[in-house]
Design a protein around this ligand. Structure first.
Ligand code: NAD
Ligand code: MG
Length: 389
C-alpha cells in the first residue's frame, strides 16, 4: 500500500451503497495512513454520516437536506469535522480541495456538485450516470477543460475502461453492455403489469440502492448506461449493444475491427470498479471473491426483449434524436420512478410516461449551456407529473 501516494479524497453520497463501498475500499488500501478524507456528503442519514466523518477524520461533512443541519452539527461537535448543509453546503463540498471525487449521489441532484468539482480539475470517479445521461457532451467538455481524469465506476463502463486500449480507440467497432435481466427476465408482460416495489427491488445479482435496483428491473438502468457509454467513449448509437447475461460475470465487452472481443470478468462486487478508479493506472489488492470457473460451469446469453423492456428502445431514440432528449428521458423517468415507488403508478407505465414526454419535447433545442440542461430536466419533470396526475 505504500505504493499509493497520499491523496485527498471526497465522497459525494458517502451514506449510499456506492459511498459505503468506497469507504470500505479506502480502508482496505490503508485508510488514513494513505489518504486524507476531505468531504463526505449525505442527504438524510445524519447518524451514519456523522459516524463516517468521525472514523475517517473528514475535514467537512455536508448534509444536503438542510433540515438536518443542527442535528449533524451536534453529532459532530468537538470532532474537528466542519459541518455544512443545503445547496450552498454542496457547492462548498465541490470546491473543497480534494483531488479525487467519488460522485455517488443518486439522480440529477448529483449533477451540479459533480460538475463543479470537474470544472476545478478534480479527478472524477463517476458512479452518478445521470450526469452523462442528462448533460452528455457538456459534462465531458467540463471535465476536459478542468483537466482531471474521468474514471467510470458503473461496473459496465469500468469494464470497458479496463479493456479499451487508448491507442486502439480508432479500431473499436462496438461495445457490448451486459445486463443481468433483473428479477423479471423471464416474466410475461401480464405478470409485469402489477409487480410491487418489493419484488422489483430484489435484484438477483447486485446489491444496490433502491432506485437503481428498480431501474434494473425495468432495464431503465441499462437504458441510462447505453447513453452513458455513448458519451464516455464517443460512440455512434449503433455501436452500443446490449446482451442479457444472467450470471453477471462478464461486466461488459469491447469488439474491435479485427473481430476480437475483449471482456472484463469478475464477481459482482462494486469494490472492483471503485478500487480500479482509485488506483488507476495501477491495480489495487482487494479481498473480492475470486471467480471459480469450474464451479461457474457456464455463462449464458440472451437477446434483450424490447417489447417487455421498452426502456432500451427509448435509449436508442434518445441517442439518435440527440439534443436534450437524454435529459428529458432521465427527468421524466425519475418522476415516474418516484410515482411507482409511492404506489401511484404501475410498473409498466414508467416507460409509457417517459416515451410520451420524450415525444412531447422532441423540439426542444440542443443545450448550449448547463442552464438549458436544467431547464429541459425541469420541463420533463413537470410534464411527467402532469401525465401521472
Ligand atoms: P443510494 O440510494 O444507495 O445512495 C445515494 C446517495 O445519494 C446517498 O448518500 C444519499 O444520501 C445521497 N442523496 C440522495 N438524494 C440526494 C439529494 N437530493 N441531494 C444530495 N444527496 C442525495 O444509491 P447508490 O446505489 O449508491 O447509487 C449512487 C449512484 O451510483 C447512482 O447514480 C447509481 O445509478 C450509481 N450506481 C450505483 C451502483 C450500485 O451498485 N449501487 C452501480 C452503478 C452505478
Ligand atoms: Mg451498471
Amino acid at each position: 500500500t505504500s505504493m499509493i501516494a497520499p491523496r485527498r479524497l471526497s465522497i459525494f453520497g458517502s451514506t449510499g451503497s456506492i459511498g459505503q463501498n468506497t469507504l470500505n475500499v479506502i480502508d482496505h488500501l490503508g485508510g488514513r495512513e494513505n489518504f486524507e478524507i476531505s468531504v463526505l456528503t449525505g442527504n438524510g442519514n445524519v447518524e451514519l454520516l456523522a459516524q463516517q466523518a468521525r472514523s475517517s477524520g473528514a475535514r467537512l461533512a455536508v448534509i444536503a437536506d438542510g433540515r438536518h443541519y443542527e442535528s449533524l452539527k451536534s453529532e459532530l461537535s468537538g470532532s474537528g469535522t466542519a459541518v455544512a448543509a443545503g445547496k450552498s453546503g454542496m457547492m462548498e463540498a465541490a470546491d473543497c480541495e480534494a483531488d479525487w471525487v467519488m460522485a455517488a449521489i443518486v439522480g440529477t441532484a448529483g449533477l451540479a456538485p459533480t460538475l463543479a468539482a470537474a470544472r476545478r480539475g478534480a479527478d472524477i470517479a463517476l458512479a452518478n450516470k445521470e450526469c452523462l445521461v442528462s448533460a452528455g457532451d457538456l459534462f465531458i467538455e467540463s471535465v476536459k477543460k478542468g483537466g482531471g481524469k474521468l474514471l467510470p465506476v458503473d461496473s459496465e463502463h469500468n469494464a470497458i475502461f479496463q479493456v479499451l486500449e487508448e491507442n486502439q480507440r480508432h479500431a473499436v467497432e462496438r461495445i457490448i453492455l451486459t445486463a443481468s435481466g433483473g428479477p423479471f427476465r423471464t416474466s410475461s408482460l401480464e405478470e409485469m403489469a402489477d409487480v410491487t416495489v418489493e419484488t422489483a427491488r430484489a435484484h438477483p445479482r447486485w446489491s444496490m440502492g433502491l432506485k437503481i435496483s428498480i431501474d434494473s428491473a425495468s432495464l431503465f438502468n441499462k437504458a441510462l448506461e447505453m447513453i452513458e457509454a455513448k458519451h464516455l467513449f464517443g460512440l455512434r448509437p449503433q455501436q452500443v449493444e446490449v446482451i442479457v447475461h444472467p450470471q453477471s460475470v462478464i461486466h461488459s465487452m469491447v469488439g474491435y475491427t479485427d473481430g476480437s472481443v475483449l471482456a472484463q470478468l469478475g464477481a459482482p462486487d462494486m469494490r472492483t470498479a471503485i478500487g480500479y478508479a482509485l488506483s488507476h493506472p495501477r491495480r489495487a489488492n482487494l479481498p473480492i471473491e475470486r471467480l471459480d470457473f469450474a464451479k461457474l460451469a457456464r455463462l449464458d446469453f440472451e437477446a434483450p426483449d424490447e417489447k417487455r423492456f421498452p426502456a432500451l428502445r427509448l435509449a436508442r431514440l434518445a441517442m439518435t434524436r440527440g439534443g436534450v432528449q437524454g435529459a428529458v428521458l432521465n427527468g421524466a423517468k425519475e418522476v415516474a420512478l418516484e410515482a411507482f415507488i409511492e404506489g401511484r403508478l404501475p410498473f409498466l407505465a414508467m416507460a409509457e410516461i417517459t416515451e410520451k414526454v420524450m415525444d412531447d419535447l422532441i423540439d426542444l433545442p440542443a443545450a448550449a449551456t448547463m442552464d438549458d440542461v436544467f431547464a429541459a430536466d425541469k420541463e420533463a419533470r413537470q410534464r411527467a407529473a402532469g401525465l401521472i396526475r
